[in-house]
Design a protein. Sequence first.
Length: 96
Amino acid sequence: MSELADAKVRTDLLNRLKRAEGQLRGIQRMIEEGQPCLDIAGQMAAVRKALDSTYVRMTVCFMQQELQARLGATAASDEQLDAVLADVQELLAKLR
């Protein structure tokens, strides 16, 4: 399986994960401080959504790389592929 070749996407994914990591630390702190369960649950839902979004972004990036490598790339096909994958990403985002 391929690895993420696009440095911009890698940076974006790492930044998203770092934000989620900060949210998780905040949840741990909330639990330690005895915050209400509903507040904690809300923050947990936010972290789950952030991780789901990151996973979708990584999946679409992988699909793009693999399709370009296997189908060959021209400028016109790259634009068409980008458009299709943007639609795929939007559709997958609605699953959450």
